[in-house]
Ligand binder design. Structure first.
Ligand SMILES: [Zn+2]
Length: 198
């Protein structure tokens, strides 16, 4: 039977308006996101390896200050390479992550629209990173971009080429409130010296 162009009655369906459980045909966002990052039989992997720099915190939740920080100026040692904090001024640990990166600068770039800005304000590129549900990133942590080999793999040793400061870390929840993925909003840090690219 062909579909009527102008049906006079609604098609009957047994589907409940407010189903209490998934029908099986529902999209599993966590799985979809994993397939976006790592690929599947029908999808090419689009994730990119990088580093999450987690800032260490004390029991009070405060960042742990590096011994190189000057007591008077409160500034880390930027004249020589500090092997503990690499110029951050705070101690941290790094771990490898796979993310999906999206530049969302609202000014030039994707939108191609010039916006007049106040004096002294620069056009800071704003970047989203999407991370897997288990990562649990926090504001104050940083994403460190690494240079990849031509085939997309990582190099040994890592060559760090950019640091992104996290401003917000948003967990996207769906099925029964579970975290499906993270979207973190970041701004790129200005390169302060040459030795941090290690
Ligand atoms: Zn230090």
């Amino acid at each position: 039977m062909s579909t009527e162009l102008y049906p006079t009655t609604l098609p009957s369906t047994n589907r409940s308006m407010w189903p209490v459980s998934g029908s099986g045909g529902e999209v599993d966002l966590r799985q979809e996101f994993e397939e976006l990052l790592y690929g599947s039989t029908t999808e090419v992997a689009k994730g990119r390896p990088g580093i999450l720099r987690r800032m260490r915190k004390d029991t009070g939740g405060n960042l742990v200050v590096c011994p190189c920080v000057d007591e008077k100026t409160n500034e880390p040692d930027r004249d020589s390479f500090c092997q503990y904090c690499w110029g951050e001024g705070y101690l941290w640990d790094e771990e490898e992550v796979v993310y999906y990166k999206m530049l969302v600068s609202s000014h030039e770039g994707l939108v191609r629209k010039r916006v007049p800005m106040k004096a002294g304000v620069s056009n800071v590129p704003f970047t989203f990173f999407y991370l897997e549900s288990y990562v649990l990133p926090e504001p104050q942590d940083k994403i460190v971009e690494i240079t990849l080999a031509q085939d997309g793999g990582t190099t040994v040793p890592f060559y760090r080429n950019g640091v992104y400061r996290i401003s917000t870390a948003e967990d996207f929840r769906s099925d029964n409130g579970r975290i499906e993925y993270w979207r973190i909003a970041t701004t790129k840090e200005t390169i302060r010296s040459t030795w941090w690219q290690r």
